[in-house]
Design a protein around this ligand. Structure first.
Ligand code: NCD
Length: 314
């Protein structure tokens, strides 16, 4: 079994620092006229997504292509899963085809870890249920550091993560990573959408967005993931929006230097108003661009860096 990236806890402080450094190198590559390097030539990266995705899948596939790897794309609806093939058989087939790494997204928490125990090749978790989404956290940390010019730490930065925290793998990974880097994180949402037991979350929590507006450097908004609801947790979307949407008026009441973030997809008019999403203080598009370089770093780190390929980045 090779080293995989399934959660932020898999990473030592040194690993995080190396990944952020590699991200810087690959984001520079992405600025070039020909944004492509031979670093992973001859390697094959497979994307195995059991849940829909726009940004994450395209970003991983673009990252692999820019490292000159070959890309194998598994599509759920046209695959043999629809004929009843199991997760294990599907994953083993992809490994037997010759994939060197699998980027996997699945609706079950812990599934990526489970698959990695069956295979020899590394896996990257691109989101497992409501559990973790480590590359999203890495790209968010990078984007915040770049914006506030804080070097390789986030000391003194306060981040409010707002909305449906309960179902958010993005929130889970971000809280772990951002707090390890020194940021102070506050979770904000209605009581039913904040985890009951916060003992393993290095974060504060509040049910009032008004409380954090004027004291946060980053307002990180989350989509309401109704597809993961097993019961009715909020009275209505309009009630949720009334209390927790980042409106133009609320944006006005944030610090002048505060920025707005969101992992996407954004639902305009529900958790975030167009004025906030499109404002000059929004880092939403920067997050997407940063994601390509950060995912190049992760793929390279798992497939190239330990195999004497460092010199072949260029
Ligand atoms: C998120 C996800 O899928 O976890 N999006 C993403 O990967 N950028 C969040 C969401 O679906 O709301």
């Amino acid at each position: 079994m090779s080293r995989s990236l399934t959660s932020i806890a898999d990473l030592s402080d040194d690993d995080i620092s190396q990944l952020l450094e590699l991200s810087r190198i690959f984001l520079e590559v992405n600025q070039r006229e020909i944004p492509k390097v031979p670093a992973l030539r001859g390697k094959t990266v497979a994307t195995l997504f059991f849940e829909n995705s726009t940004r994450t899948r395209l970003s991983f596939e673009l990252a692999a292509t820019r490292l000159s790897a070959d890309v194998l794309t598994f599509t759920l609806t046209t695959s043999s899963v629809s004929k009843g093939e199991s997760l294990r058989d599907t994953a083993e087939t992809i490994e037997s085809l010759g994939a060197d790494l699998i980027v996997m997204r699945h609706f079950s928490s812990g599934s990526v870890q489970l698959v990695s125990s069956w295979l020899e090749i590394p896996l990257v978790n691109a989101g497992d249920g409501a559990h973790e989404h480590p590359t999203q956290a890495l790209l968010d940390a990078y984007a915040i550091m770049e914006h506030f010019n804080t070097g390789k730490r986030l000391d003194g930065i306060s981040v409010a993560i707002v909305g449906d925290v309960l179902h958010s793998r993005v929130a889970r990974s971000n809280v772990q990573l951002l707090s390890r880097l020194g940021a102070q994180v506050t979770l904000v949402g209605p009581p039913a959408l904040i985890p009951l037991d916060l003992s393993l979350w290095p974060a504060r929590a509040t049910n009032s967005l008004e409380d954090v507006l004027s004291e946060s450097d980053v307002i990180y908004m989350l989509r309401v993931q109704s597809e993961r609801f097993t019961e009715s947790l909020i009275p209505s979307m309009s009630e949720f929006s009334r209390l927790f949407s980042l409106t133009a008026e609320r944006l006005e009441r944030t610090r002048k230097e505060a920025v707005v973030m969101h992992p996407g997809p954004i639902i305009r008019g529900v958790e975030i108003a167009a004025e906030a999403a499109d404002s000059s203080r929004s880092l939403i598009r920067t997050q997407v661009t940063t994601g390509v370089g950060v995912r190049m770093a992760v793929l390279y780190w798992l497939l190239g860096a330990n195999q004497g390929r460092l010199e072949s980045i260029w």
